[in-house]
Design a protein around this ligand. Structure first.
Ligand code: GSH
Length: 390
């Protein structure tokens, strides 16, 4: 493959997912900042919005969305090396963790970035503006940071970071760190000896925000050394598994889910299931209110509209209100599609693992239209019979 260009920023959440894939797979690439004029002149007009990461191939093809970027790069990987495991349970769990990693961990990522200004802000100002406006003067940089950070700060509320919930958000994150750290005691990656889409998705929140911003990086190093090492490993072009001795790069044998991973899945069942289902129900209700939507129509009319309203569900015994992200319907569909390709025995094996974690509703729920992607836009999939939990 000719070298590719990744438009990305060190401090960007989703950039870390794509960058890690490129590095781990030793794909020759150049990383360019979105402040590069080519981005504004040739990339943004194709996408119709400012968004990173973006992959540009040597023939000028532009690909946005980390799912689509990784699928494009992974298309030639032999099945035994693909980020999508070949066995049914691992494949389904990888998709579930893609959803949880990329979307479910946004709340702690946002909190630990934007609620610790004394520690984080001096770093973030330099970090953001150096790549968004290359070589700009201080006044321009400050104006730019103000604009960009206000947009992101307001997004913290969209993901449920509310002052009265901060204690719970922190307790929830520490629990996550402990569970992931315990899992990494015996294996270098989520599903065994090599990374899958699950690890790349986790890299989104866990790299730029939680391992790199000043305040949470210390927390991670002190509380969960193995998680911090996993982040380092995920950016390394080698296996970087020295502390595990001589190990195989295979996934767990027999499609097994070790107890430490099952414990992490149970945590996701407790912490995230209601959120995911509430999002789906709300998207379905939005579609019921918009019966004129047609197949292939851009979701919410414009590519940079991300939220279709808000929804409230119970989280840790409290009402939690968040914005609804139709994009998640794309990830949920992919999970169900992956399960559907298996035999009935395969599907039963997946269901058993999901049910043990209380996650089996995710195998069945569906809105009246899924979200798919076409030409770098999220678009509505054809209408279907919805399956809304009672
Ligand atoms: N689903 C997208 C999400 C990408 C995304 O949200 N990127 C952020 C930076 S990490 C962004 O460009 N935000 C700009 C904006 O929303 O205006 C992906 O997986 O690539």
């Amino acid at each position: 493959m000719d070298p590719v260009t990744l438009y990305a920023m060190p401090g960007s959440l989703y950039s870390a997912k794509a960058r890690s894939y490129l590095r781990k797979n030793r794909i020759e690439y150049i990383e360019q900042a979105p402040g590069d004029p080519h981005f504004a002149d040739a990339v943004v007009p194709v996408l119709g919005r400012w968004i990173i990461p973006v992959l540009e191939t040597s023939d000028g093809t532009v690909i946005q969305d980390t799912v689509d970027i990784i699928d494009y790069l992974d298309a030639d990987a032999p099945p035994a090396r693909s980020v999508y495991p070949a066995t049914p349970v691992h494949r389904a769990v990888a998709h579930l963790l893609d959803l949880f990693g990329g979307e479910g961990l946004l709340r702690p990522a946002m909190h630990y970035r934007w609620d610790f200004d004394d520690s984080n802000l001096p770093f973030l100002i330099k970090d953001f503006t150096s790549t968004m406006a290359i070589g700009a003067d201080d006044e321009t940089r400050e104006g730019l940071f103000k604009f960009a950070s206000e947009r992101m700060r307001s997004a913290t509320l969209a993901f449920g970071v509310r002052e009265d919930l901060v204690e719970q958000i922190e307790a929830s994150y520490l629990e996550f760190l402990d569970l992931f750290d315990a899992h990494l005691a015996n294996s270098p990656y989520l599903l065994g000896g090599r990374p899958t889409i699950a690890d790349y998705a986790f890299m989104g929140p866990l790299y730029a925000h939680l391992a790199r911003d000043p305040y949470p990086s210390v927390l991670m190093k002190q509380r969960a050394h193995r998680v911090w090492r996993w982040v380092e490993r995920m950016n390394s072009p080698i296996a970087d598994t020295g502390e595990y001795g001589t190990i195989s790069d295979e996934l767990f044998a027999d499609d097994a889910i070790p107890d430490t991973l099952q414990a992490l899945l149970a945590y996701i069942g407790e912490e995230y299931l209601e959120d995911a289902v509430a999002q789906m129900v709300s998207v379905d209700a939005w579609l019921a209110d918009h019966p004129d939507v047609v197949d292939g129509e851009v979701v919410l009319g414009k590519p940079n509209r991300r939220f279709s309203g808000t929804t409230t569900f119970t989280w840790r015994g409290q009402p939690m209100t968040v914005s609804v992200v139709p994009y998640r319907m794309y990830l949920m569909k992919r999970l169900q599609d992956a399960v559907a390709t298996g035999s009935s025995d395969d599907q039963a094996a997946v269901r058993a693992v999901f049910a043990e974690a209380g996650l089996d509703p995710l195998l069945d729920v569906r809105p009246r239209r899924w979200v798919v992607r076409k030409d770098n836009f999220e678009v509505w999939a054809p209408a279907q019979e919805p399956h809304i939990p009672a």
